[in-house]
Design a binder for this molecule. Structure first.
Ligand SMILES: [Zn+2]
Length: 326
């Protein structure tokens, strides 16, 4: 979770109506601009529900075509049943490439990397993890390869507490319905994530150990240092071996640009990358962090592991950069 002050839906709304970046962007053509005229973000998956039940005429608003669209959060989890519904497809994005397309023009400063793949991860949920979104980026050419996204059902909370928690967290983003429709326990999320990693030859359960020429990229240390071990404890499982090291993009940013960034919003602002989607919706934050990562790769950064957990002493994390965000 990016450590940035929470903004109200109204402010997220107005951010899209009044872009903080009125001037033309710099030469990095891989960053598409969001729609600056249509505040279509809140209540996005309520609209999915509406599509399922309404008798709206199957006429696509011509103005909708070509505009930035929010992701279909059923699709990101492999659960969209409306792929043949033109109205639904016109309202919701079903392709991460739309927002993560790397332009060939931005490849000339790319440096060889020691890693083949980068797994951008940005967890949501303070009390327990509520969302587990991962975007897989090719380190050689910045291409988006695949995604893994699940909403996560807390392990030890009462139904009433879960309902209040989800209303407070996702209700204002208009995605509480899709959360309730799709959330599964953390244990099951990790099982599905391990199958997904196996498919991409990133990690094999039988072999254990670290990721294969890949690393998690997070905005801060909280996700992998603190929250994953905490949730594993609550869910009564051992912290998996693939969570033993990671790249904190804020430390890389500090050492590369020689500027401190306290969070995702600062990095986006400083690099003049417009925010896409809803801040604090994990899959959107992950996408925005991936766009910061793409820009840094395009600017010539070399990525390295910034933190390692000691396998013998749980909770003991070694930070590998002297110059780092504390
Ligand atoms: Zn869909």
């Amino acid at each position: 979770m990016a450590l940035v002050a929470r903004v109200s839906t109204r402010r997220v709304f107005s951010r899209h109506l009044h872009s903080p970046f009125p001037s033309p962007l710099t030469a990095h053509a891989f960053i598409p601009l969001p729609s600056l005229t249509s505040p279509c973000l809140p209540a996005r998956n309520r609209a999915v529900t509406a599509c399922l039940s309404s008798s709206a005429p199957a006429v696509i608003d011509a103005q909708t075509a070509g505009r930035w669209k929010p992701m279909c959060l059923y699709h990101t989890q492999g659960k969209c049943t409306k792929m043949d519904d033109a109205l639904h497809l016109a309202k919701f994005n079903h392709d991460f490439m739309v927002d993560l397309k790397a332009s060939t023009r931005s490849l000339n400063k790319l440096r060889p990397q020691n890693l083949d793949y980068l797994l951008v991860l940005d967890l949501e949920g303070r009390v327990e993890i509520l969302e587990f979104p991962v975007l897989m980026i090719d380190a050689k050419n910045m291409d988006f390869i695949d995604s893994f996204h699940r909403f996560v059902r807390p392990a030890v909370m009462s139904e009433q507490r879960i309902n209040e928690y989800i209303e407070g967290k996702y209700g204002k983003l208009g995605v509480d319905r899709v959360w309730h429709d799709t959330a599964i326990p953390f244990k099951d999320v990790l099982h599905e994530f391990e199958l997904w990693m196996k498919k991409h030859h990133l990690w094999v359960k039988e072999q254990g150990g670290l990721l294969n020429r890949a690393a998690f990229v997070t905005c801060g240390n909280w996700d992998l240092k603190t929250k994953i071990p905490e949730q594993c404890k609550v869910s009564k499982i051992k912290t998996p071996s693939y969570f033993m090291e990671w790249i904190n993009l804020k430390d890389i940013y500090l050492n590369f640009y020689k500027r401190r960034a306290t969070g995702m919003m600062t990095m986006l602002r400083e690099l003049e990358i417009p925010l896409l989607g809803s801040h604090h919706l994990g899959i959107d934050d992950t996408k925005n962090i991936a766009r910061v990562l793409q820009r840094m790769l395009a600017d010539g950064v070399i990525l390295q592991i910034t933190a390692k957990r000691s396998s013998s002493v749980p909770g003991d994390v070694k930070f590998l950069f002297t110059n780092r965000i504390r």
